[in-house]
Design a protein around this ligand. Structure first.
Ligand code: BG6
Length: 510
């Protein structure tokens, strides 16, 4: 197990939802798993007027997000955990002078012996990232002569290529790239990391992982919820910025990348950048028209309950043209993937919550069992990111009896079968990695920019293109009707169910 040095975690935007919902529960898991360093404190910083006790109550003792976790813990454990939390009111603004914050940091460091190591977590709007970095640097809180300093930033990282570049440059004036950790919580998911292991720790998949054997790749990210309480944010963002530019392109990069020479963060990230740079950027209107679909959910009724359309959601412009559904077809211009189409879609208000990758293999080049009906039943490798995490291979088996009738059967692996291993929550894993200085699962500046470079022309076209259409889909269905057109000639999207093996595959029951 790697060493986690004594340290302090300073959370900017600590009174916001993310701290209570994700960060503190992740810290509590690390605490109960005894993975926090011996000397560790959390200093929340934001513009709310709170005492240490108020903060402890809000994010720990009275937090709804911890209730269940507390059920089987002793009061002493809970109190010990809460005692690690402190709070500093930043006053009116985040970009002021950090004299008081510094005093608090110095004092906590001295009393709790955190070794001068500090991890800053920016859970604020991205517009504040650069000014917070500057204020920290001005106060001498970014220098590494007395313990290391790291900066974790949340998404969205930029709004376009240009804004991402500006943001990168802005922050890099005060923190060096190796100190900056851009979080993408999808990279913290076990199953996303397992993409690397499936590919590079086995000899049975990688030889087939190319244009000679793969017909097309399909990725679905579906959520059954709508925009919930985030209409204001989402309406300015949309599905492409919210999910595709970051989470889904990260998954794409892991599927597309070449084998790295080793497992160091730089080697893995170098290959991911190369993968992202090899995505064919769509430039002309015809290509963009033919290969992108944008949709928005409209009101419907699910199980007798009336569901609002997107334009009726709080914080959303009633004439909004922001997409809640995005489906993109694209190609990867490199030796391995030439001419293999990738189909990626993401949406809110789908029938279920599911994220999966489907690798569709080509049918055998010479058909022996012509009447077997196997033609339409290609081999598939399904990598289920969530829920029912696992891997499923669909392959043909002979139906018992005369002749050679072929049916499709399932070969599966479920993460839940690994009963001895606790699957870490994404934030828990990522926080621990950053605490240990491991940036493998964090996005580097050039990765983020390469992803924006691919996404920018689509956004631009969707905003200004004359022939762009926004398709409505009733909340609770698999997107607009014409979404299958994108995948024409290949079949249809695999509309996955909640369970990985949505069809039982072929089996003979005695
Ligand atoms: C976030 C998006 O990054 O990811 C949300 O902003 C989305 O809109 C969420 O709901 C999905 O994450 P998960 O882990 O639930 O798939």
């Amino acid at each position: 197990m790697k060493m986690t040095e004594n340290q302090m975690l300073v959370i900017f935007g600590a009174s916001g939802d993310l701290t209570a919902r994700k960060l503190v529960p992740a810290l509590f898991n690390l605490f109960t798993a005894k993975q926090l360093p011996e000397n560790f404190v959390v200093l929340g910083a934001s513009r709310s007027n709170m005492s240490d006790d108020d903060f402890r109550k809000k994010v720990v003792l009275e937090s709804n997000y911890l209730k269940e976790k507390f059920e089987d813990r002793s009061q002493k454990d809970i109190d010990d955990f809460a005692a690690k939390f402190f709070y500093e009111d930043l006053g009116e603004k985040y970009d002021g002078e950090y004299g008081d914050l510094k005093k608090r940091v110095v004092e906590l460091n001295k009393v709790h012996k955190t070794g001068g190591n500090i991890m800053y977590y920016l859970s604020t709007p991205p517009t504040l990232y650069e000014s917070i970095a500057k204020s920290l640097a001005d106060a001498g809180l970014s220098t590494q002569n007395n313990g290391w300093k790291r900066l974790i930033v949340e998404k969205p990282f930029g709004y376009s290529l240009k804004t991402a570049q500006t943001l990168n440059k802005g922050i890099q004036q005060y923190f060096e790239e190796h100190q900056i950790y851009r979080i993408d919580h999808y990279l913290g998911k076990e199953t996303v990391q397992n993409l690397l292991v499936t590919r590079f720790a086995n000899s049975i998949f990688e030889p087939l992982w190319n244009r000679n054997y793969i017909h097309h790749v399909e990725i679905t990210n579906a959520e059954s919820v709508g925009v919930e309480k985030r209409g204001g944010y989402y309406d300015k963002s949309g599905a492409l910025r919210d999910m595709f530019q970051n989470h889904l392109l990260q998954i794409v990069s892991l599927i597309v990348m070449e084998p790295p020479i080793g497992d160091s963060p730089e080697e893995i990230r170098n290959e991911k950048v190369k993968a992202l740079k090899s995505l064919r950027i769509m430039k002309d209107h015809k290509t963009l028209y033919d290969n992108t679909i944008k949709g928005q959910y409209i009101a419907s009724e699910i199980d007798g309950e009336k569901i609002n359309g997107y334009r009726e959601e709080d914080g959303v412009d009633p004439n909004s043209t922001t997409e809640t559904y995005a489906a993109i077809k694209f190609f990867v211009d490199n030796w391995r993937w030439a001419d293999v189409p990738f189909y990626v879609r993401t949406a809110k208000r789908m029938p279920t919550k599911v994220t999966e990758v489907v690798i569709h293999f080509k049918t055998p080049h010479h058909q022996i069992f012509k009447d077997s009906g196997i033609n339409n039943k290609d081999n598939k490798l399904i990598i289920r990111i969530q829920p029912d995490e696992g891997i499923l291979v669909k392959f043909g088996v002979k139906v018992p009896g005369q002749g050679f009738k072929v049916e499709r059967a399932n070969l599966d692996f479920y993460y839940s079968s690994l009963t001895e291993n606790r699957v870490m929550d994404a934030y828990e894993r990522l926080l621990l990695d950053a605490m240990q200085g491991d940036a493998t699962l964090y996005a580097r500046a050039d990765e983020v920019e390469a992803a924006w470079e691919f996404v920018d022309p689509i956004l631009e076209y969707w905003k200004k293109g004359k022939d762009v259409r926004m398709y409505g889909y009733a909340a609770g269905v698999w997107g607009p009707e014409n979404a299958d057109d994108l995948i024409e000639g290949v079949g249809m999207w695999r509309n996955p169910g909640e369970n990985l093996a949505d069809d039982p595959g072929f089996c003979v029951l005695c």
